[in-house]
Design a protein around this ligand. Sequence first.
Ligand code: HEM
Length: 418
Amino acid sequence: MPPSTHSTAMWHDSTLGLWAHGYAWLPHHMRAASDGIVQTRLLGRPAIALRGPEAVDFFYDEKHVVRTAALPGADLDTLFGQGAVHTLDSDVYRVREALFLRLLKDEAGVAALGAPVGWRWREALADRHEEIVLFDEAARVLARGVCDWAGLVLSEDAISELARDCTAMVDGFATPGPRHFRARRARRRQEDAMASLLAEVRAAPEPEANDSALEAVAWHRDANSEFLELHTAAVELLNIIRPTVAVAWFATFAAHALHRWPHHRELLRADTEGHYARSFANEVRRFYPFAPFLVGLAAHDQTWRGHDITKDSLVLLDLYGQNHDGTLWAHPYRFDPHRFSALAGFAPNAVLADLVPHGGGDPARDQRYPGEDVTVATLAALATELARTEYSVPDQDLSIPLSRMPTLPRSGFRLRPN
Ligand code: HEM
């Protein structure tokens, strides 16, 4: 092992800085670090922050970084849920992951979720001329779309409550105080609701084939060949529904982009094959702030580019910073969907490998994380419908505060359909 040039002992705790500066906290420290690696302390633990394609490979290699117990309890009580796939490693993880890959990496299945979200949006806006908050409307449309797709039969009121609860769970993950407690209450309510639906499914005999996500989760056997405990099954069902509803954040950013750079409306309207819509969706995911960084735990004492990493210290993968790194992206602060378009002369897979909006991996080896295809399909469908919808945008505060995590245009993006 080469001699280390840095020690973690002297770093001061940055937790307050993170809460105060949000998305700007890590990129600011990265700029100040001569080698692009930040060593600090978070929540009282030594932490090292990395970015770049090699850092992504390092982070996703279980020999270096593990995720079991890496997530703070607060994130599990709000965002992912106790016992979720996000907290597992090794064999237990692989069996659980296979469930998500089967449901979320099937091309026809993903298309069957994307397209209805488009027509549900048209339906939601038909004959309406009053002002609406796009974020709230998009969350309801996505909740309806994913429930239909997953086989959950819910009333309109239940869909509205589910949409509100899912956005509350995401909104409260990174903050102490009232937003956090609202998120915990929302999670408890929806875990109970999902557990009841799953119990109903299990009350019937096990079918030969599972046709829906609801059935697939209800009858999934874990690494020990047992069905998932009911609460864990509810958590995992929510781990399909909640992040799909969270695409409402990106849909709101898509509206923001179409408002600031309206020429994309024409390009989306003219795009009959959906190619430009996918590039647009990827650029929204790159350009706008959503997930700031991922957190893992160092598997053992090791060094990364001359920096000591002690066992169990936090390893952060700087997502927002990597998506705006000028060494990876030409003009990173320019909104330009063409950078993801093969027509512009880029090799899309090579470009996608650097894109880490909510996780990384190599698309050429099909090791992207499972939620990516659903995110792109639903976002592309909603962005295309937005471009086709005629609406006016009243005066409002569209600034996006980087100190708030997760952030949004302050107004949630109000619009009035024509
Ligand atoms: C709205 C945009 C989304 C954001 C910001 C987001 C964020 C995240 C983050 C931060 C993680 C942890 C990644 C890691 O530790 O490697 C994750 C994992 C995961 N997401 Fe998403 N996600 C989004 C959309 C989706 C969608 C639409 C789905 C599925 C319908 C989904 C399903 C999953 C699953 C199954 C995992 C666990 C992956 C694993 O541990 O192997 N996500 N997501």
